[in-house]
Design a binder for this molecule. Structure first.
Ligand code: CA
Length: 224
C-alpha cells in the first residue's frame, strides 16, 4: 500500500505499470514530464519513484540528480534501455537505487518494487529500525524473534513474514491478494486458501483476537 510516483512519457507503458501497481495494492500516480515528476517527488509524499530516462523536457538523470542534490532520499528505480550499459551506470551513479531494463515483464518490476520498499522500511520505523511494535506485540526484524505480551513465540518463516506484513500496516484491512503478493510473491495462485490457513496458524500462536476477519475484504491486525 505504498504511494508510488511513476515518471514516464510513454502512455502505453505508463498505463500498464499503473494498472499493475494498483492491482498489487499500491497507490500510484503517473506524470509524463521531468518537471512534473520533480515537483511531485519534492513533496516527499511518495514511498518510491519509478523514473524513465527519456522524457520530453528534462531527462531522468537530471530529475534524479536534482532530487538527490536537494537531499531527497526516496528510493528510485530507473527504467533503462536493455541495450545501454551506459544508461544503467549513469543512473546508479546519479543516485538510483535500482534499475529495470526495458522491455520488462510486470512481475520483474513488481519484484524490484517490493524489494526497494522492504529495504526502505526500517528507516521509516523511527527509534529502533530493527523492531516493529504494535501494542504488546514486538517483532525483531534482525533476530527474527516475536514477543507477545513479554512471551517469546516461535514462528515459521511464512508466519513471521505474514505477521511482519500485518505489523507494517497496523489496523489496516489487507486483502488476501495483497497478503499473497507480499508474503508469497506474485506467482501464487490467487484462488489458493493459503492465506486463510496461515492466518489460522498465526492466530493460534499470537492470540485469535489479534487478527480480525473483515468479511469479503480480508484481515486486519487489531491495533489499540
Ligand atoms: Ca520515455
Amino acid at each position: 500500500m505504498a504511494q508510488i510516483l511513476l515518471i514516464e512519457d510513454e502512455a502505453g507503458i505508463a498505463s500498464f505499470v499503473m494498472k499493475g501497481l494498483s492491482a498489487a495494492g499500491h497507490q500510484p500516480t503517473a506524470v509524463a514530464t521531468g518537471r512534473d515528476g520533480l515537483n511531485h517527488a519534492r513533496t516527499g509524499g511518495y514511498d518510491l519513484v519509478i523514473l524513465d530516462i527519456g522524457l520530453p523536457d528534462i531527462d531522468g538523470f537530471e530529475v534524479l540528480r536534482t532530487l538527490r542534490g536537494e537531499g531527497h532520499t526516496v528510493p528510485v528505480i530507473m527504467l533503462t534501455a536493455r541495450s545501454s550499459v551506459d544508461d544503467t551506470v549513469t543512473g546508479l551513479e546519479s543516485g538510483a537505487d535500482d534499475y529495470m531494463p526495458k522491455p520488462f515483464r510486470f512481475e520483474e518490476l513488481i519484484a524490484r518494487v517490493r524489494l526497494r520498499l522492504r529495504a526502505a522500511q526500517p528507516a521509516a520505523q523511527g527509534a529502533d529500525p530493527t523492531q516493529l511494535q504494535v501494542d504488546d506485540l514486538v517483532l525483531d526484524v534482525r533476530s527474527r524473534q516475536v514477543d507477545v505480551g513479554g512471551r517469546t513465540v516461535d514462528l515459521s518463516a511464512r508466519e513471521f513474514s505474514l505477521l511482519e506484513t500485518f505489523m507494517i500496516h497496523p489496523g489496516q484491512v489487507l486483502s488476501r491478494e495483497q497478503i499473497l503478493s507480499r508474503v508469497w510473491g506474485y506467482d501464487f495462485d490467487p484462488g489458493s486458501n493459503v492465506v486463510d490457513v496461515y492466518v489460522r496458524y498465526l492466530r493460534r500462536k499470537i492470540g485469535a483476537e489479534r487478527i480480525q476477519t473483515v468479511p469479503r475484504m480480508g484481515y486486519r491486525l487489531v491495533a489499540e
